[in-house]
Write a protein that binds this ligand. Structure first.
Ligand SMILES: Nc1ncnc2c1ncn2[C@@H]1O[C@H](COP(=O)(O)OP(=O)(O)O)[C@@H](O)[C@H]1O
Ligand SMILES: C=C(OP(=O)(O)O)C(=O)O
Ligand SMILES: [K+]
Ligand SMILES: [Mg+2]
Length: 527
């Protein structure tokens, strides 16, 4: 599909920009995580989202109870069955999120230059003069001059539906603030963000643990999105907690970097986490605007070279209410792909937006165009250089497979894998063609019962750029004998043909083990 590879570093014929792209069996190599909520919970809409390219569904426990999310998840399962599109499940925690509680749900209008008091006394009614919050420690965390933002999900801090405050005085448990912009807050709950402040609350709250150990276990969540990760220790604690919850020892942890504290500890967090979410919603207001891009580029580079998936959030806010993104948003999506992101996470756009399916489809199309001009060659060299020598055998096999696939213009790389490691390593070198990861189930036991591994590994590749999983029949023995290799390969090729990614006379690169040796082979299909 990417035969006409353009490079931004070379002059592009302007008219070629307008040439329509060929349709392909998947919208883009970059993955889309969609948050499911009020506007995206029917089987019909979720089916539309899956067909448009959503491959991970995020359930955000900052709002909605477990029953509500369970209903949505049951609909997701039905949609997966209908559309035959796989989808992974991500549980997003509340964490130390501060909230303003507006029990009466009456809208609150705030006037620039007036004062408003933030109080932990939740008995008080929210009004233009006082806003009750869910946290007792704010007055100890802030000082006069500090910045606080309050708003609904998509706040930037200065539009008319969210407010920017400056702390003027601390009085006991209360915090008195000057209002910087006139705004009207509507709804029952608003997020409060205190800029560059350390909030003394655990990253995994007791409520989060309760939800993970019930809803999470019941639904075998593939990913835990760990909100407000601030230290590597946060990830270690979450890992320790998951390890005691049956199947969830296999759940991957994606650390959400949402504030300067997380940014400061980025390197150590990356070492512990399975992936990173660049939570630009919060981080974007914690950082000075002129620094946001630099964090994005630096963080994506660090994730890419160690081969850990990186997810970028808040890309097309305006599509929450409109069918077209702004010019800046459209460019931003493409830049996220060029900077190296694996996936784009949609929040309000799919959760409560008017056009969830159209948003996914638009974002997918932008990603696909950016992938066409992604400088794979430069990226490959940079990654090889970072890895250094001597390489591990598997790393060398993976990079060679990508090199070979590009040289022979293969339409796809097929990678056999059990743990998912080999497929992830191939994806790390960002091949220009899709990687079909054929996950071979392994029989395993936990001393109580026997089961097959593979389902987690297959679904977890749904967040990695370029990886498309296929779970092999568990009746195939996991030993890589010639006969089993051949029969599984045939199934994979047939799967590729049916889905349209492989055509007759195509070249295909296969990565598998023959006996004890890992091999890369190139096959040429017949008519
Ligand atoms: N069941 C299998 N049959 C054939 N080759 C396999 C199988 N599982 C993994 N491989 C190959 O073995 C090598 C190691 O891959 P990896 O994903 O790390 O496997 P494992 O999870 O079994 O350690 C790679 O070359 C991969 O393609
Ligand atoms: C995705 C984000 O966080 P939340 O869970 O609040 O949506 C973000 O801050 O970008
Ligand atoms: K959350
Ligand atoms: Mg956030």
């Amino acid at each position: 599909m990417h035969s006409s590879h353009l490079l931004l570093e070379e002059p592009i014929r302007m008219a070629s920009i307008l040439e329509p792209s060929k349709a392909s069996f998947f919208p883009a190599m970059t993955k889309i995580v969609g948050t499911l909520g009020p506007k995206s919970r029917s089987v019909e809409v979720i089916s539309g989202c899956l067909k448009a390219g959503m491959s991970v569904a995020r359930f955000d426990f900052s709002w909605g109870d477990p029953e509500y999310h369970q209903e949505t998840l049951e609909n997701l399962k039905a949609a997966v069955k209908n559309t035959k599109k796989l989808c992974a499940v991500m549980l997003d925690t509340v964490g130390p999120e501060l909230q303003v509680i507006n029990k009466s749900e009456k809208s609150i209008s705030l006037q620039a230059d007036a004062l408003v008091v933030l109080t932990p006394n939740q008995e008080k009614e929210a009004s233009s003069e006082v806003l009750p919050i869910n946290f007792y420690g704010l007055s100890k965390a802030v000082k006069p001059g500090d910045t606080i933002f309050i708003g609904q999900y998509l706040f930037t801090g200065s539009e008319t539906t969210s407010v920017w405050l400056e702390v003027s005085e601390v009085k006991g448990d209360d915090v008195v603030c000057v209002i910087k912009n006139s705004a009207t807050l509507a709804g029952s709950l608003f997020t409060l963000h205190a800029s560059q402040i350390r909030i003394d609350l655990p990253t995994l709250s007791d409520e989060d643990k309760e939800v993970i150990s019930t809803w999470g276990v019941q639904n075998k969540i593939d990913f835990l999105s760990l909100s407000y990760t601030r230290h590597a220790e946060d990830v270690r604690r979450a890992r320790d907690y998951l390890s005691k919850l049956g199947d969830l020892y296999q759940t991957q942890i994606f650390a959400k970097i949402e504030n300067v504290e997380g940014l400061t500890h980025f390197d150590e967090i990356l070492q512990e986490a399975d992936g990173i979410i660049l939570s630009r919603g919060n981080l974007g207001i914690d950082l000075p605007p002129e620094k946001v891009f630099l964090f994005q580029k630096a963080a994506l580079y660090k994730c890419n070279v160690v081969g850990k998936p990186a997810v970028v959030t808040r890309v097309v806010d305006s599509m929450t209410g409109n069918l077209r993104p702004t010019r800046a948003e459209a460019t931003d999506v493409a830049n996220a792909v060029l900077d190296g992101s694996d996936a784009i996470l949609l929040g309000a756009e799919t959760l409560r937006g008017l056009y969830p399916v159209e948003t996914i489809s638009t974002v997918g199309k932008i990603c696909a165009e950016a992938e066409k001009v992604f400088n794979q060659d430069m990226y490959f060299k940079k990654t090889v250089k970072f890895v250094g020598e001597p390489m591990t055998h598997l790393e060398s096999i993976a990079s060679s497979a990508v090199r070979a696939a590009i040289k022979v213009k293969a339409s796809v790389i097929i990678c056999f894998t059990s743990s998912g490691r080999a497929a992830r390593l191939i994806a790390k070198y960002r091949p220009t063609m899709p990687v079909l990861s054929v996950v071979i189930p392994r029989l395993k036991t936990n001393q109580l019962r026997w089961s097959f591994s593979g389902a987690f590994e297959a679904r977890q590749s749904l967040i990695v750029r370029g990886l498309f999983p296929m779970l092999a029949d568990p009746r195939h023995p996991a030993e890589s004998t010639n006969a089993t290799n051949e029969s599984v390969l045939k199934v994979a090729l047939d799967h590729g043909k049916v889905s349209g990614v492989i055509k007759s006379r195509d070249r295909v690169v296969v990565c598998q083990k023959v006996g004890d040796a890992s091999v890369v082979k190139i096959i040429e299909l017949e008519d």
